[in-house]
Design a protein. Structure first.
Length: 193
């Protein structure tokens, strides 16, 4: 049954060389791979009929290009708050490499030196949620994995650290919404492939 309340559709960007290797890609502007571009084009059919009174994108080229290849680039508004987590000193490094020098490290608990903490990322997600709730209309959002995971946690009223409990594949589609009314935010669908 379709919801009578606005749904927020979240799209993670297509594959990049760094998403393929597991390197943390925050503010580095890494392009989509050919496979990532193909998956982004494939989103057009998957998103057909999805209501969207607005289309928002992260400033990264991987998100913007995914948005464009999916057919929504002409209407996209770039929102700086949708940028991926700032990994600071851990930019371009894999979790496996980080654990060699910092055993037990967890992104969502420990954050990144010279980068953001979960709370920092959660603050940006909170601003996006405030805009979404004020707009009270369906919005299509293109961004990156860790930011969208924090956004989902904050949407539900959970601490930003709980974004660790949600996994997102490249070119996946998720939907935030409400159950009975606007006081009951829920995840309607997650990590659709």
């Amino acid at each position: 049954m379709a919801s009578a309340h606005p749904e927020i559709t979240l799209v993670r960007h297509g594959e990049t060389e760094w998403s393929l290797t597991g390197q943390h890609t925050g503010r580095s502007d890494i392009p989509l791979t050919a496979k990532g571009e193909e998956a982004a084009r494939g989103l057009a059919a998957r998103l057909q009929g999805v209501p969207a009174s607005a289309v928002w994108s992260s400033p990264s080229q991987r998100a913007r290009n995914t948005c464009s290849l999916a057919g929504f680039g002409a209407n996209a508004v770039i929102k700086d708050d949708l940028a991926e987590w700032d990994y600071g000193a851990y930019e371009g490094i894999t979790t496996k490499e980080i654990l060699k020098t910092r055993p037990g490290w967890q992104l969502f608990r420990d954050g990144c030196p010279n980068g953001e903490t979960a709370a920092d990322t959660g603050t940006r997600a909170g601003r996006i949620i405030a805009e979404l709730r004020a707009l009270n209309a369906p919005v299509l959002i293109f961004s990156s994995s860790h930011f969208l995971r924090v956004l989902a946690a904050r949407w539900l009223g959970l601490p930003p650290e709980d974004g660790s409990k949600f996994v997102l594949d490249t070119a996946s589609i998720s939907v935030l919404g409400y159950e009975h009314d606007l006081t009951e935010p829920v995840i309607r669908r997650w990590n659709g492939r």
